[in-house]
Design a protein around this ligand. Sequence first.
Ligand SMILES: Nc1ncnc2c1ncn2[C@@H]1O[C@H](COP(=O)(O)OP(=O)(O)OP(=O)(O)O)[C@@H](O)[C@H]1O
Ligand SMILES: [Mg+2]
Length: 452
Amino acid sequence: MTHNILLIEDELSMRLGVSHSLIASNYDVTSCEDGNEGLAMLSRQNFDLIITDLRLPGLNGMEILSKAREICPETGVIIITGYPEINTAVSAIKKGAFDYLSKPFSNEALLIVVDRYFRYRELQLENDQLRETVRGKSESEHFIGDSSAMKAVFDRLATIAPTDVPVRIQGESGTGKELVASALHNLSQRKDKVYLKINCAAIPENLLESELFGHEKGAFTGAVQAKKGKFEVADGGTIFFDEIGELPLSLQAKLLRVLEEHEITRLGSHKSIKVDVRTIFATAKDLKKAIEERTFREDLFYRINVVPIRLPPLRERGEDISTLAEHFLKIYSAKYGKEGVDISPDAYKSLLAYDYPGNVRELKNAIERAILLSTGSHIHVTHLPSECRKIAEDLPCITEDMPLSEGVMCYERQRILKAIEETKGRKIEAAAKLGISRKVLWKKLKDLDIEC
Ligand SMILES: Nc1ncnc2c1ncn2[C@@H]1O[C@H](COP(=O)(O)OP(=O)(O)OP(=O)(O)O)[C@@H](O)[C@H]1O
Ligand SMILES: [Mg+2]
């Protein structure tokens, strides 16, 4: 990539000499001889670096520096100075200039300072990107599934991950949309670049536009500094738009433009900036319906629907339940120092019979909770959440290999639930039916985690 440099220098021979050396080293150079003209150029175009003389007609170098800090804080400034102004140059560095060159200087000295600046910028950028990527990676986990439906998803993932096509992931809550999105990034050539996630439903509409596209200083009240948007930060990487169905209509049009033209415009600016970002979208909402209801643009839908991936709900892929349960069992038993704990046959039966409206997330949470509650070497029905247990209540839950205390709990639970059902939730009558006091019943309801 060629870096572009703005050179502001009123002395003709110096201007020609510096720009000639920079062009010979493959930099793009725009030059002018007046401070005001330089400032006008800065507001029209993005530069990677400004090299400015201190003494200039119009605005002087120090004024250019402070304006540049406001308009484009990411652009570096190198000051050219004569010997008498060396103290001013030092204070320029204190105010954020990268370095200064004192006249006369050789071509070599010029190129060393400019190269050093671009190396420093590159490192800074790599650092920013690394931080974002590490954050994204720590969230990615193993992706499990034995069912034919999930195998088809894995195949599709492997085929499309290395391409740059937009992907739309459709699935109920907890089916693993986020895992698919991070797998797409990690399996692509962009894997060492930034991976950013934006939850379109979580950011207020008035902030979303500047989050995505960035803003210039003063673009709106509170915009005290210019700021890069997510598209600029993720340049070269991937952005995952979660809950795309919630993106306000006004921004849908702007997003469509980015997808088609690969360029963005910061809020409060007229300059276009090229961006190279792979986009992934997820939704639990039926977008076709949203189009009918006119809350989602049809043209955007077709643009993001190049490759759809549907994640089936867990109840449609029962074969995955036991594989996933074993996987989470391994993770959480290690996490809580309970290695070797297994799932009893009855608990398995309830896990397999349940329909998981919260999908894989619900199963994962159920196993974590069961591990925490288990006291022996097995997870029993009593350790499962009440929704799962409701199914188990119809199943004989007491088994020979169960510790006595577990068996007693199981029996008590069945009797109490029955009494409560027969008395239509009237606890005093239920307690009488069971031959225990009201206080004892309350305690047992609490201990057995029965909600009624
Ligand atoms: N196939 C899978 N293998 C392993 N873990 C999974 C799988 N699918 C989902 N999970 C786990 O289940 C949880 C929910 O997954 P994820 O956050 O990706 O769901 P989602 O579809 O994005 O849900 P939501 O719509 O609520 O945001 C995560 O902790 C994820 O690690
Ligand atoms: Mg999600």
